[in-house]
Write a protein that binds this ligand. Structure first.
Ligand code: FE2
Length: 358
């Protein structure tokens, strides 16, 4: 028996493949690079943790433009990541969309994304709004702001995240669960800039100030502020703008009683987060997946994020038509790179557990 023999073969596309081994040249089936791949069927399996009705138009428009049909699975981000992990190499997921940088960091660390190179994504998305290794990309941003009951609370007493934990606000704070990614990212960023000891003191102050045990989503907190059950709460901007745009008289009543604050304008700036995603590691349709991500930074798609779900586009100069969103004006944003927010979440969860902030 001879040692391994060297077979050189030229494929019809001019690709040169050097194969070591006792393999008959006639049985070679060799694909090199995307160009030699068989054409993908026009299908995209989208795993999404976005939970916004207005996204329907965003997806329909992609199908209209490309003929690629989207099969969508929507789950909470924790369950979604769990599902992709347990499906492993058999996962049908092509694209994974998530609603928080901390969750995208988790998916990155767990190897759930496949790194891609895209001139379109790299040129349109600022470097501070995507991962540094080509695994995930932010497509829209949102800020975490303070809302307060104008009859119960003076704005200067709730102008910063830190003040919410001050004894002067005892019995006034409503909050969603501290373990929710929106809170973990906020607190993770606080750990980055103030350290663990200060953040733990803050978490204990928050627990001491709670008007009720943590429950509900951001909109529930805004409503509780309006009803006077509490004096102050945190919310993502798009939930507030959704109420601003609502024609429901009940929502108008809520808006009339609630004040809005960009937190920490004189200090560290307001916490900003991203919704985004990447191509799944075992994507069966990787070309379609990349096409979809590139679609998300097109002018029309960027406009859907703003006009549909009241988020800010990541592409500079993207045109939007949302008066309520524009009415919020501009603000000083926190200067923590979005790709590093996730790192603080483990410490954040540990601090919350110690402080009893559920
Ligand atoms: Fe949300």
């Amino acid at each position: 028996m001879e040692t391994a023999e060297l077979i050189e073969t030229w494929l019809d596309r001019g690709l040169r493949a050097v194969v070591v081994g006792a393999v008959a040249a006639s049985t070679l089936l060799w694909h090199d690079g995307a160009q030699a791949q068989p054409k993908e069927e026009p299908v995209l399996n989208l795993y999404s943790a976005r939970h916004y009705q207005t996204d329907e138009a965003l997806y329909d428009n992609f199908t209209k433009q490309t003929g690629i049909k989207i099969n969508r699975i929507e789950l909470g981000d924790e369950q979604l990541l769990q599902r992709v992990r347990s499906e492993g190499a058999n996962s049908p997921a092509d694209v994974i969309l998530l609603v928080d940088a901390a969750r995208m960091w988790r998916a990155q660390i767990d190897g759930l994304f496949r790194p891609i190179q895209s001139k379109v994504l790299e040129s349109r998305i600022p470097t501070n709004l995507r991962s540094n290794d080509g695994t995930w990309f932010g497509f829209s941003t949102r800020a975490r702001v303070i809302v307060y009951n104008e009859a119960k609370v003076k704005p200067e007493d709730v102008a910063t995240y830190e003040l919410l934990a001050d004894p002067r606000n005892k019995g006034l704070v409503c909050t969603r669960s501290g373990s929710h990614p929106y809170m973990l990212s906020l607190i993770g960023a606080m750990v980055e800039r103030s350290g663990e000891a200060a953040t733990e003191a803050w978490a204990r102050g928050m627990v001491a100030n709670m008007a009720r045990p943590p429950r509900g989503g951001d909109t529930d907190q805004i409503r509780a502020v309006a009803s006077g059950e509490c004096g102050v709460a945190l919310t993502n901007t798009y939930y507030w703008v959704r109420l601003l745009r609502s024609t429901d008289p009940k929502d108008k009543e809520v808006v009339a009683k609630v004040g809005f604050i960009w937190p920490n304008q004189a200090t560290s700036g307001t916490h900003v987060n991203v919704s985004g995603g990447g191509v799944a590691r075992y994507a069966p349709h990787p070309a379609n997946a990349q096409k979809f991500l590139e679609y998300l930074v097109s002018p029309e798609a960027q406009r859907y994020f703003a006009d549909g779900n009241n988020e800010w586009p990541v592409v500079k100069g993207a045109e939007v038509d949302n008066k309520a969103l524009a009415s919020l004006g501009s603000f000083k944003a926190e200067n923590v790179p979005i790709s590093s927010i996730g790192k603080g979440q483990v410490a954040a969860q540990r601090i919350l557990d110690k402080a009893g902030y559920r």
